[in-house]
Design a protein around this ligand. Structure first.
Ligand SMILES: Cc1cc2nc3c(=O)[nH]c(=O)nc-3n(C[C@H](O)[C@H](O)[C@H](O)COP(=O)(O)OP(=O)(O)OC[C@H]3O[C@@H](n4cnc5c(N)ncnc54)[C@H](O)[C@@H]3O)c2cc1C
Length: 443
């Protein structure tokens, strides 16, 4: 049995990033035939779809430089053109800064509530409240009622009072009173939020980032190796194909609940923490439509309950190379969880019906590609058990030199940029041979 200093399980973006930065004495194992995980793309009759919309946003200059270098010229930067559909009309994202176009009584309720909240609320106390209270204190009852609460309930599948605010910082823009007032008389030109612009491959879909990384990693990715068991005593991973591999350090990018199930005899404390991890799933319907420019937008949020999807995106506007000439593509996303199950039997029909209802599709449209993707682990739910449970599990794993990273390993709301950074961070810690618990703790 071969022994490597570091084994990496899962060759999605996190595993590939860790490999890229580790450079030596590691092997990486992946259950699928191809690496990439959620960052793979699929190709049908001249259309390219990612598993769901996958756009790059950068806050870290070094990661932007790295990705630009990796991708050569195959990367374009585009200014976001995103909208909200409610009250039968489209308003620009973010809702709170672009009330222009909504019914007058809605604008009045939103503006008065926002001014009152900003002048009298307790707006920045993320940690001391739940998401519902924070929203009401920060934005007031109008913006809360007409967008924030219905949209987030649809997206997270649980009521806002059960969510904490641990994920909010940096993701929800808080405009000034001046911005909100300005946004009632015209569409705001200001760029709000971390995703005001996005980067995307000119050709071939998001999997080109995976190809670029893979080209730089030595040939030690072992595909079709699904981990069946992790033995902590002998530090051995057993694969479904019967092979075994020993490790000193194990980097796991598998969804945390799935990885823990592979460890026999978990202590009751860890089993209890595991039972408290909550997540949403996303059913994403990818469509290729034989009509040019069905929308000029990049993506649209749908907060209203009567529409089943929470968001629709238009890949043909990310890059024209994703569709055959004169055609369009879109994806519609539906969130579900044990708290809000969906009937999958009728889901495609229901999505198509609602796409016609909101006039994105017309009855005359020919749908050339209809490819659903069901993503079981999509968004980690931050509830009141989140911090304690993840801390307990992480400490237990770290004691055994197992380092969970990536969006589902670390069990954290992470973008692709965060995931690349996470791979870099673990490589730096292990490469320096300073297996310092402090370096691996959450911020
Ligand atoms: C709906 C949705 C939309 C998103 N949109 C964006 C976006 O627009 N921009 C952005 O920056 N990020 C986006 N993300 C986040 C992005 O997908 C993640 O940050 C990133 O892909 C996570 O990579 P990962 O390697 O941590 O996980 P994964 O991609 O899940 O990789 C885990 C790997 O482990 C493998 N594996 C699982 N079990 C086993 C096993 N038993 N044995 C061996 N291998 C196994 C899997 O096959 C997979 O390859 C989105 C995510 C979702 C769900």
């Amino acid at each position: 049995m071969k022994k490597s200093k570091t084994l990496i399980i899962g060759a999605g973006l996190a595993g590939l990033s860790a490999s890229f930065f580790l450079k030596r004495d590691y092997r990486i194992f992946e259950k699928e035939a191809t690496p990439g995980g959620l960052c793979r793309s699929r190709h049908f009759n001249g259309y390219t779809f990612d598993y769901d919309g996958h756009l790059l946003h950068f806050r870290d200059k070094d990661i932007l430089n790295l990705v630009q270098k990796l991708m050569g010229g195959n990367l374009i930067c585009t200014r976001r053109n995103s909208w909200i559909n409610s009250f039968g009309c489209y308003t620009r994202y973010p809702f709170q800064a672009n009330l222009f176009g909504l019914p007058k009584n809605v604008i009045k309720e939103c503006v008065l509530g926002f001014i009152d909240a900003q002048l009298n609320g307790n707006v920045n106390k993320y940690n001391q409240t739940n998401f519902k209270q924070w929203t009401l204190r920060t934005f007031g009852p109008g913006i809360a009622r007409h967008f924030m609460l219905p949209y987030n309930n649809k997206f997270w599948t649980i009521p806002a009072h059960r969510l904490t605010c641990e994920w909010v910082d940096g993701y929800i823009p808080i405009p000034s009173i001046k911005d909100v007032l300005g946004g009632t008389i015209a569409q705001s030109k200001k760029r709000f939020g971390y995703n005001a612009q996005f980067w995307y491959p000119r050709k071939g879909g998001i999997e080109n980032l995976i190809f670029a990384l893979r080209r730089r990693i030595k040939n030690n990715i072992h595909t079709l190796h699904q981990v069946a068991e992790i033995d902590l005593k002998t530090r051995t991973v057993t694969f479904c194909n019967g092979r075994k591999a020993r490790f000193i350090n194990l980097i796991s990018t598998l969804p945390l609940p799935e990885m823990l199930k592979l460890i026999p005899h978990l202590p009751p404390k860890i089993k209890a923490a595991l039972s408290k991890l909550k997540y949403t799933s996303v059913f994403c319907l990818n469509l290729g439509v034989a009509r040019g420019n069905i929308s000029d937008k990049h993506w649209v949020y749908f907060p209203e309950k009567k529409i089943i999807f929470f968001r629709v995106g238009f890949p043909h506007n990310f890059s024209s190379a994703l569709v055959p000439p004169g055609k369009s593509s879109l994806y519609a996303e539906v969130s579900y969880s044990p708290d809000r199950p969906v009937n999958k039997k009728d889901l495609v029909k229901r999505i198509l019906k609602d796409l016609r209802k909101v006039e994105i599709l017309s009855a005359a449209d020919t749908i050339e590609v209809c490819e659903p993707v069901d993503i079981e682990y999509a968004y980690i739910i931050y509830d009141r058990n989140y911090t304690e449970s993840t801390k307990t599990i992480r400490e237990y794993l770290n004691q055994h030199h197992i380092y969970p990273i990536g969006r589902y390993g670390r069990w954290k709301y992470m973008t692709m940029e965060d995931t690349i950074l996470d791979g870099k961070k673990i490589a730096e810690v292990l490469q320096g041979d300073k297996i310092a618990q402090g370096c691996l703790r959450e911020k």
